[in-house]
Design a protein around this ligand. Sequence first.
Ligand code: NDP
Length: 500
Amino acid sequence: MTAVHIPGVPVIDAGQLVSTSPATGAEAGRLPVATDADVREAVDRARAAGEWWAGLGFTGRRKRLLRWRALLAERIEQLAELVHVEGGKSVADAIVEIVTAIEHIDWAARNAGRVLGPRRARSRLILAEFSAHLEYQPYGVVGVIGPWNYPVFTPIGSAAYALAAGNAVVLKPSEYTPAVGQWLVDSFAEVVPEQQVFTAVHGLGDVGAALCRSGVDKLAFTGSTATARKVMAACAETLTPVLIEGGGKDAMIVDSDADLDAAAEACVWGGMTNAGQTCIGIERVYAVDAVFDAFVDKVVARAGRLTVGPEGTDIGPITMPTQIDVIRRHIDAAITSGGRAVLGGPSAVQPPYVHPTVLVDVPEESAAVREETFGPTLTISRVRDADEAVSRANALSYGLGGSVFGRRRAVAIARRLRSGMASINSTLTFAGMSTLPFGGVGDSGFGRIHGEDGLREFGRSKAITRRRARSLLPSMTFDRTPTDVARLVKVIKTMYGRNG
Ligand code: NDP
């Protein structure tokens, strides 16, 4: 018997997780739901596979990861179509997402050996008779829990780096996008058929919770801040280290010397790509008084031209039907608290779609300014100057990314934003820069994926000292004499004392 599907809402049907298109309700994927025992078995299998994978060394892994990257590049249209059908995202947005993921696999594969491999560290005078060695060893099995909004980019942002570092990975994709998650692990298995190095377990939130308790050696979570708290609590039971990529409410600041056409173009894309369902999406804009009116006009003109619908449009459906209520509540709250919709508004909410909405004069206390909306909506607020913009941008507990448009002060403003990332005269671009770390502060999480920090996140530092000569100043031994200790005191005062 087949269950009745509400478009987009995943259901469990005869032990299978069934995902459906939020636009049409068409079935997108059907995958077996994992029990607690299945999750533990998957992790046990991954542990054995991980030992084999670690044994391949950086060169062996690099070769295989680059083959996986090539396979994704060759099948990019196929994967984009699946992302589109299962999550509703436009095919063009899906292509951009996959391109970014491919870039990360490539960089992680090519750089893991350099960043994590064994190297000599400098010895200092105080222990000059020892050499120092450092390397980053894999944890073993890394659990990756991912959201639905970027079902390729977010798991790969952790998994590619974890794999390049020599770990096996067990992925729990969002229940909204299990088929995309399975596609990723199946494609990996094509290039690494020997062992199950990268596998997936499917189901609802309880399967994610089981993964936290399954004995994984590290857990990389990307999702909402509320779920992040549960994940941390579960991992605390076994002291399993966690990486948290949480939610955001990213701000864009438009300074008086900004190129307003470029700012409006980037603002509309940064706020409305993927129907606004982007952790680093622009949700709030602070434009200085001198340019506010002209900027708002340009944003409204551009956003008003976006097309909305199931196929070949700029904005697809809202992936999670329940999110529509959040978006509606935020728009209503903005209006009832004195804000105005200069584009869209309450009537823009037409499930499963939300049309572009631009809100102005919204009080800072409003949910539309303070909470993650995750829809194609923007609030634009007038500020006196860049200083006020920065203090308002920094007023929330979230701190993921951000954007600054301007010239003279732009870098200084970007540095003052309380966030892990910022882009100047563009939006979201830091996510595709594989050489840079990605992650937030405050309620947006901690730890970093991407770049060198992202590789180190998935390796344990191993520090080794090795004697290379007799100690001239013996100290770390019971064989030291009172004279040795007195000489040590003299040396330390000479080196580090006030005149040192
Ligand atoms: P959720 O927090 O609802 O879910 C994230 C993942 O956690 C899903 O796989 C979910 O499974 C799983 N999960 C749910 N409950 C538990 C639990 N108790 N223990 C372990 N895992 C659990 O987030 P969404 O999927 O709705 O994703 C949107 C959120 O992700 C937004 O807040 C967005 O900002 C954030 N995000 C952050 C990014 C970043 O890099 N900082 C990037 C992209 C998104 P299931 O789906 O089956 O419930």
